[in-house]
Design a protein around this ligand. Structure first.
Ligand SMILES: NC(=O)c1ccc[n+]([C@@H]2O[C@H](COP(=O)([O-])OP(=O)(O)OC[C@H]3O[C@@H](n4cnc5c(N)ncnc54)[C@H](OP(=O)(O)O)[C@@H]3O)[C@@H](O)[C@H]2O)c1
Length: 293
C-alpha cells in the first residue's frame, strides 16, 4: 500500500532534507511551501531519490489559518496519510501580525501546525499505524510560560516569542499523544538542534531578537547562536526522519526526539498540565472558525 507523507515547509532548509529522507525510504511525499519555483526545484530533487510514488508540491502560506484549512482539504483529497511532519516554523526579528490579526510567531509556530493536525486526524487514523511529528526547538527553554493570551505581557523579543510558541506546540504535542494513546496514531516532537538555514541566517544577526538583559551580552550570545546553528540542514533533519520512520519507536508515543536522533528529556514546562490546558484553550479559541463542519 502507498505510504503518504506530508512535510510542511518542505521546499527548503530542514524540511526539504526531511522530505528527501522520507522519499528515499519509500514514502510518497507531498511538500508544502509558499513559492512555486522553490516548490518545482524541490520536486526535482525529491524525485531523483524517491523510491515510492512521485512527489507533489502544494502551495500554501501557513501564516494564514484560512490557507491552512485549504491545505488540509487538498491533503484530505489525496486519501489516507501515514506521516505528517509539521516542520513549518519561523522567527521574526520585528513583531508582525498575520492576515488573521494574530501575532505571527504564535500563529506560524503553533496555531498553524495545531490546526493542520486537528483537521487531518481522520486521514491519519485511516492511514494507521501513522505518526505525527512536530518540529520543536531548544528555544523553548528561553520562553515565558504564561499562556493567558496569544502574547505575553512586556516588549517583543523575537527569539523568546519564537521559543514560547514552540513551547506551546510541544505542550500540545505531548497532550495530543495522550489523547490518541491506544489508537494507531502516535505523536512525536523532533528537536533538530541547529542548522544554517534561511531562518537562522535571517534572524539571528540582530540583538533586538533577545531580551534587554541578554543584549548586554550580545557578542557572547551571537557567538553561541553561530556555533549552535553551524550544522548542515541534512544533519538537523535526522531527528524528524527518525521520529517519522524508525521502527524502534513502533508502539511508543509522546516522545521528544533530540538532535542526536534519540529520545531526549522534555523540558518540564512542556509536560505541565496547566500549561497544556491554557495552550489548548487558546488554540481552540483562535482556530474555531476554521474547524471543519
Ligand atoms: N534552523 C535551525 O537552527 C532550527 C533550530 C531549531 C528548530 N528549527 C525548526 O526547524 C523547522 C525548519 O526550520 P528551517 O531552519 O529549515 O527554516 P527555513 O529555512 O526558513 O525553512 C524554509 C522552508 O519554510 C517554508 N516556509 C517559510 N515560511 C512559510 C510559511 N509562512 N508558509 C509556508 N511555508 C513557509 C519555505 O518555503 P517558501 O519560502 O517557499 O514558503 C521553505 O520550504 C522550523 O520549525 C524551525 O523552527 C530550526
Amino acid at each position: 500500500m502507498e505510504r503518504q507523507a506530508v512535510v510542511t515547509a518542505g521546499t527548503g532548509g530542514i524540511g526539504l532534507e526531511t522530505a528527501l529522507g522520507l522519499a528515499e525510504r519509500g514514502y510518497t511525499v507531498t511538500v508544502t511551501g509558499r513559492d512555486a519555483e522553490r516548490g518545482a526545484r524541490a520536486m526535482e530533487r525529491i524525485a531523483a531519490v524517491a523510491t515510492g510514488g512521485r512527489p507533489r508540491f502544494l502551495a500554501a502560506d501557513l501564516s494564514s489559518l484560512g490557507e491552512v484549512r485549504g491545505l488540509a482539504l487538498d491533503l484530505a483529497a489525496l486519501g489516507t496519510l501515514t506521516v505528517l511532519v509539521n516542520n513549518v516554523g519561523a522567527m521574526f526579528a520585528e513583531r508582525q501580525q498575520t492576515v488573521d490579526g494574530i501575532e505571527a510567531s504564535f500563529a506560524v509556530n503553533h496555531l498553524s501546525p495545531y490546526l493542520l493536525t486537528e483537521l487531518l486526524l481522520d486521514q491519519l487514523r485511516a492511514g494507521g499505524p501513522s505518526r505525527i511529528v512536530n518540529v520543536s526547538s531548544a528555544a523553548v527553554k528561553a520562553a515565558k510560560r504564561t499562556f493567558d493570551a496569544v502574547e505575553p505581557p512586556g516588549g517583543y523579543y523575537g527569539f523568546h516569542w519564537y521559543g514560547r510558541a514552540k513551547l506551546a506546540n510541544l505542550a500540545y504535542t505531548l497532550d495530543l499523544a495522550e489523547r490518541l494513546r491506544g489508537t494507531d496514531v502516535t505523536v512525536f516532537a523532533a528537536d533538530p538542534g541547529g542548522a544554517a538555514t534561511r531562518m537562522t541566517d535571517g534572524t539571528l544577526t540582530s540583538p533586538r531578537i533577545v531580551s534587554p538583559g541578554l543584549r548586554l551580552l550580545w557578542p557572547l550570545v551571537r557567538r553561541r547562536f553561530e556555533r549552535s546553528t553551524a550544522s548542515p540542514a541534512a544533519t538537523a533533519a535526522r531527528s524528524s526522519v527518525f521520529a517519522a520512520t524508525d521502527p524502534s519507536l513502533d508502539g511508543r508515543t509522546g516522545l521528544l526526539i533530540g538532535p542526536q536522533a534519540q529520545p531526549a528529556p522534555v523540558p518540564p514546562a512542556s509536560a505541565d498540565p496547566r500549561i497544556a490546558a491554557d495552550v489548548i484553550r487558546l488554540s481552540r479559541e483562535h482556530t474555531r472558525r476554521w474547524a471543519l463542519a
